[in-house]
Design a protein around this ligand. Structure first.
Ligand code: FAD
Length: 370
């Protein structure tokens, strides 16, 4: 006889765990299945750890709404949970006419999205904040900051467990069949396999989220759910940290531009860049000299600094090469013939920042469709 579970969340990254923490407050039988031996080993541990403010996303997009709400929620969680964070503030810097226009657009967009405290600084204002940075103008966003993603992950994990949710690692969802009374999952656990009937499936599988929707029977091409892998490499400045704030160029291409991110110890990471790849892999492939050249446009002293290779991450992007903005897909798929099946697809940046807001959004969708 098949066992039965109430809610299965596929994927134990920061978003899947945030959803588990939220849903397990009011629901019994919440399970998280994570295919790797440890939680959060994919995008959730290969990112910049930036708590974004919400200036980068179009008004009314889920990315904008979830980021702005998530920003406040993350700082609350950190404060209440004793999780280290630094609200450093961020400068988006500009040196050319086209970039000045972009700064103005970001300011307006940010204000429309509800980002508080934005301020456009002139060259002197920038120099006062960051003497090493060369910029004619900058947009200052005081609500941007940094966290250590592992601590947030641990927080969501412990809340889920306190609420009696179950988290299973080394547990991979291999097949999903729609049945009259829910979904039948074929699951690998370690070396063995089992089947499970489930009322609700939440697909939070990050880089594999399109694949999970596909094995459930959805036509991911037709639905526009196909993911493109977009890699980003990081290098680290080995000399004395040249900045105290987050410093970003005006965004260009599929990423946010090669930026400077101090971590909680003050050491400064450069990156990530953004390039499309066909396979998931975490080795740094970019040239340090390309990074040095890009960053020298706003940090001239980078030319003489010692730089070492750091890490890389892979973004699950709905937007393919050369395509425009794509929003997060977060929806219950009842209207497509898959009631009780929730897809979270394309949860790239600002997914870490947005994680608590996404969790509360999914919880509202769940309550509305119950
Ligand atoms: C380079 C880079 C920089 C970033 N910087 C930032 C930043 O500064 N700020 C920010 O807010 N966001 C940032 N992000 C985005 C953020 O990291 C992600 O949005 C977030 O981690 C997504 O979490 P997730 O749980 O959806 O995905 P993941 O962490 O990828 O988790 C998905 C999980 O699903 C599991 N899984 C997949 N298939 C199965 C299966 N069949 N069965 C069971 N488990 C399965 C995977 O093993 C994985 O652990 C960045 C991302 C990248 C790549």
């Amino acid at each position: 006889m098949l066992e039965r579970a109430n809610i299965v969340i596929v994927g134990g990254g920061v978003v899947g765990l945030a959803i588990a923490a939220e849903l397990s407050k009011d629901n019994d039988g919440v399970f998280v299945f994570e295919k790797n031996k440890r939680l959060g080993q994919e995008a959730s541990s290969h990112n910049s750890g930036v708590v974004h403010s919400g200036i980068h996303y179009p008004k009314n997009s889920l990315k904008a709404k979830m980021c702005v709400a998530g920003n406040k929620m993350i700082y609350d969680i950190c404060t209440k949970g004793g999780i280290p964070f630094k609200k450093l503030g961020k400068l988006t810097v500009a040196n050319e006419e086209g970039e000045f226009r972009e700064i103005e657009l970001l300011r307006r967009q940010g204000e429309e999205n509800g980002v508080e405290g934005l301020e456009v600084l002139d060259a002197e204002g920038v120099r006062e904040m960051e003497p090493a940075i060369r910029a004619e103008q900058a947009l200052y966003s005081p609500s941007s900051g940094i966290i250590e993603p592992d601590y947030l992950l641990e927080y969501y994990e412990s809340v889920t467990k306190i609420n009696e949710g179950v988290i299973a690692t080394d547990t991979e969802v291999k097949s999903i069949r729609k049945r009259d009374t829910g979904y039948e999952l074929g699951v690998r656990n370690g070396e063995s396999n089992f089947s499970l009937m489930v009322n609700t499936v939440i697909n939070s599988a990050g880089l594999s989220a399109d694949r999970i929707a596909q094995i459930a029977g959805m036509d991911t091409e037709a639905l526009g759910y196909r993911l493109h892998l977009c890699k980003g490499d990081y290098f680290r400045i080995a000399d004395r940290p040249p900045v105290k704030h987050l410093v970003y160029p005006v965004p260009e291409g599929p990423g946010l531009g090669i930026h400077l991110t101090p971590d909680l110890s003050g050491s400064v990471k450069m990156g990530p860049n953004a390039y499309y790849v066909s396979n998931i892999g975490y080795s740094v492939e970019s040239s340090v000299e390309d990074f040095r050249k890009d960053v020298s446009r706003y940090l001239p002293s980078i030319i003489n600094m010692r730089i070492k290779e750091d890490s890389s991450g892979v973004r699950p992007k709905l937007q393919g090469p050369g395509e425009g903005f794509r929003d997060f897909v977060i929806r219950e798929e009842g209207d497509k013939g898959f009631p009780g099946f929730y897809n979270l697809i394309g949860i790239e940046s600002p997914g870490l920042t947005a994680s608590p807001a996404i969790a509360s959004y999914v919880s509202t969708l769940y309550a509305d469709s119950a």
